[in-house]
Design a protein around this ligand. Structure first.
Ligand code: KG4
Ligand code: ZN
Length: 333
């Protein structure tokens, strides 16, 4: 069996993982910086970089230890080279390049968004992907619909024209003074609220012209409502806001699946951990005859196992990166 070491440092999680070429995760160590960034209500790039420097060696060592592997057992090193924060990306990339150079192990640069998609293919009985598939990637920085026709060939058919869904969650949570990151907090609070209480206006979902997303207007609607109704129950605001986000994501994705006649649909990214989103999607997919899958919760938010997973087909095809690979903060899929 061959093993891939994954390294991820694109935002506020330093992570290292060991995954075999069947997609089985032997170790996935995550050093989260959330408790530090929480105090500022969001990620501070300079602090993120410094914390990655402090954590990267230990995290990598722990991943190897947990997997009971040594560098000589590793067949390839997969590392995120974008998109993400430049200073943060550079730390993981430099660590991976150094290990690759010293141990003479091939390096494979991975697009973070492709990594999120591959969170769906980990820990299965065998590593088999059915093409074509449609994937809704919803994270803190991105909201896009991607079609994969075959391995390594992606087409983005829709994206957000303003904020990402996770960003909207984080901004609404900040407005309501609920803490950071907003997604999991709103998800929890919304369970006790009435999602039908407030009808926040948002883009017209019946407009079939475009499949693009927009969350900025919805966020403004929440801001305006809260200003006018400061005594309103926050649980109702959270539930109603979440309902609008989920509706948009589900309607757009199902419309796209029908338009492009694709039956395999995946969710990916931090927001795919959302309980209401998973529930609504499962229901609608069933009605529409769509095979829907989403990653296990532990692989939804940033982690290195998904990065190592995305490297499997590239490793098997011998598609390696040079040691001159650069960090690309705005890398597209
Ligand atoms: O994928 P991710 O870990 O990082 C990026 O690549 O951006 O996603 C982080 C985002 C944050 O905006 C966070 O609020 C959101 O995912 N998130 C959630 C949930 N868990 C994380 N949003 C809604 N519901 C959740 N349960
Ligand atoms: Zn991410």
């Amino acid at each position: 069996m061959n093993y891939i070491l994954g390294i991820e440092t694109s935002c506020d999680e330093t992570s290292a993982a060991v995954v075999d070429t069947n997609g089985k995760v032997l170790a996935n160590v995550i050093a989260s910086q959330i408790d530090t960034h929480k105090e500022y209500g969001g990620v501070i790039p300079e602090i993120a970089s410094r914390m990655h420097v402090e954590a990267i060696n230990l995290t990598t060592e722990q991943a190897l230890q947990t997997a009971q592997k040594e560098m000589r057992d590793i067949a390839a090193i997969a590392v995120t080279y974008g998109p993400g924060l430049l200073g943060a990306l550079l730390i993981g990339l430099q660590a991976a390049k150094t290990l690759s150079y010293i141990h003479k192990i091939p390096l494979i640069g991975i697009n973070h968004m492709e990594g999120h998609i591959f969170a769906n293919f980990l820990d299965k009985d065998k590593f088999a992907i059915s093409y074509p598939y449609l994937c809704l990637i919803v994270s803190g920085g991105h909201t896009q619909l991607v079609i994969a026709e075959k391995a390594n060939v992606y087409k983005t058919i829709a994206r957000t024209i303003d904020d990402a869904a996770g960003e909207a969650y984080d901004k609404v949570a900040r407005l309501l003074q609920l803490g950071y990151p907003g997604g999991p907090i709103i998800d929890k609070i919304a369970k006790t609220g009435n999602s039908q209480k407030i009808k926040f206006s948002q883009l017209k979902l019946k407009d079939k012209e475009s499949l693009n997303f927009s969350f900025s207007g919805l966020k403004t609607a929440v801001v305006n409502y809260y200003r006018k109704n400061p005594q309103a129950d926050k649980a109702d605001i959270c539930a109603s806001f979440q309902q609008a986000v989920v509706e948009q994501l589900v309607v757009r994705t199902i419309t796209a699946a029908k338009k492009y006649q694709i039956t395999n649909v995946y969710l990916a990214g931090g927001v795919s951990a959302n309980s209401a989103l998973r529930e609504a999607f499962s229901l609608e997919a069933k009605k529409s005859g769509i095979n829907l899958a989403f990653p296990p919760m532990k692989y939804c938010t940033d982690n290195a196992a998904m990065i190592a997973g995305a490297a499997i087909p590239k490793y098997l095809d011998g598609k390696y990166s040079g040691l001159n690979i650069k960090a690309e903060p705005n890398l597209k899929i």
